[in-house]
Design a protein around this ligand. Structure first.
Ligand code: SF4
Length: 417
């Protein structure tokens, strides 16, 4: 066996035999749509994001292939919605042309278009309007992840408060009534104030929405969960925040959001408490010894633990204690402990192409006492040597190609639409 196993990277997505005739369930499913992956990889450099780190570099699927895939997939499946998926879909270099081309082609055909959550700094109203042309104007979802600019710099989510307010103002002024904001709690270097600031941010968003639209029925939902450090990211060395800390911050955020009667109804609050995140953290960064914990929890009746009504933290704590009794480690050792540079990590034999020293430096830059240092996106700025391209023999592949999605013929309206 080789010492390390390297990932394989598909470079030409147009040639990859993506399922174009999907299996269609006979009953309604959660994601009731035909999905097209429009590009792979993301080099925005969010330090918590495993998907962004391990799927580098960015490789775009061409606009013409996307058009063909939608045509074939919709014809074969009959779905009434197409999801344009990727890690950050609004970043496709031809996303406006893709959305407009599809909206033109399926005008009146009762076909909805959707994007997963959009980056605050990549949102534009033209794109949003094209997506809404198919019929539904769904809510908009943005993920600032951190409540203060300091926090967002630590995680390298380079979004200012002004960016966010400007973006939501445009959205509310263009007819959207509902914006959902995603955050994480328990991030490295986080303080109580960083989480409390989310309440102020939500109120500013609602205020901006009311001013821009001249209406009172504006809503902003804050959705927040506990941060779980992931392998192959700069935060793989981080100590996870104890669940008591996360829960205390979430409770106080809930109180702050509800405290002001002027915003009470306009603000929604969804949160996942800190204890499931600790078990996710155990599974995320566990080594082979954790297999015994999982087996013990299963034998003890653990099923569907992602559903809060089935999740028992006590069971996992007990099973971890029993299964790890003969080992010099425990639940805290796997989760809340910060790792040193020279510790051998359980996933060091898996090679995603990322240079370990670059990851470590990025971790140090995140926690810099004088303020976190940010990393730009190498799609638009010079390479900063994360290691992937030379190690894997790959390269960034982005357009624009200048091609058009049309001339596919315009699709006739469906009966009843
Ligand atoms: S090696 Fe350079 S160009 Fe390639 S993904 Fe890393 S930073 Fe970007």
């Amino acid at each position: 066996m080789p010492h390390t196993v390297a990932k394989h990277t598909v470079m030409d997505l147009d040639n990859w035999a993506y399922p174009r005739r999907p299996v269609v369930p006979v009953h309604e499913s959660v994601h009731e749509r035909f999905s097209v992956e429009i590009f792979r990889g993301c080099t925005r450099g969010c330090r918590f994001c495993q998907a962004g780190m391990i799927t580098r570099p960015v490789r775009e699927r061409s606009i013409t292939t996307i058009g063909e895939m939608v045509e074939q997939g919709v014809a074969a499946s009959g779905f009434g919605e197409v999801g344009l998926l990727s890690l950050s879909s609004a970043d496709h270099s031809e996303i406006n042309e893709i959305a407009k081309g599809l909206a033109d082609r399926y005008e009146g055909a009762n076909l909805g278009l959707s994007l997963p959550s959009t980056r605050v700094d990549a949102f534009n109203v033209t794109l949003a309007n094209e997506l809404a042309r198919g019929g539904r104007r769904s809510g908009l979802t943005f993920a600032p992840e951190g409540g203060t600019e300091r926090m967002r710099k630590v995680i390298n989510k380079m979004v200012t408060e002004d960016d966010l307010i400007r973006t939501v103002t445009t959205a509310y002024a263009s007819g959207w009534r509902q914006v959902k904001l995603y955050f994480m709690c328990g991030l490295p270097t986080e303080t109580d104030e960083d989480v409390a600031a989310i309440a102020d941010l939500a109120k500013k968003v609602i205020k901006a929405g009311r001013e821009a639209s001249g209406r009172r029925d504006i809503r902003c939902t804050v959705s927040i969960g506990g941060f779980v450090p992931k392998p192959h990211t700069p935060f793989q060395w981080a100590g996870q925040a104890p669940h008591e800390t996360v829960d205390a911050r979430l409770r106080s955020l809930g109180r702050a959001l509800r405290a002001d009667p002027g915003y009470g109804r306009a603000v929604g609050y969804r949160y996942h408490d800190g204890r499931p995140s600790i078990i996710e953290g155990l599974l995320s960064r566990g080594d082979r010894r954790v297999a015994q914990v999982i087996k013990a929890a299963w034998a003890d009746g653990a099923r569907f633990d992602g559903w809060s009504e089935h999740f028992s933290f006590g069971r996992w704590e007990r099973c971890a204690e029993e299964a790890l009794a003969g080992e010099p480690v425990d639940l805290d050792w796997y989760t809340t402990r910060e790792r040193e540079y020279d510790e051998v990590l359980p996933w060091d034999h898996l090679d995603a192409g990322l240079d370990r020293d670059w990851l470590w430096q990025d971790w140090q830059d995140a926690c810099d006492a004088s303020g976190a240092l940010e990393v730009e996106d190498c799609r638009w700025t010079p390479c900063y040597d994360c290691g992937v391209c030379p190690a894997m023999g790959t390269e960034i592949q982005t357009g624009p190609t200048g091609a058009t999605l049309l001339p596919l013929p315009t699709v006739p309206a469906r009966a009843g639409s």
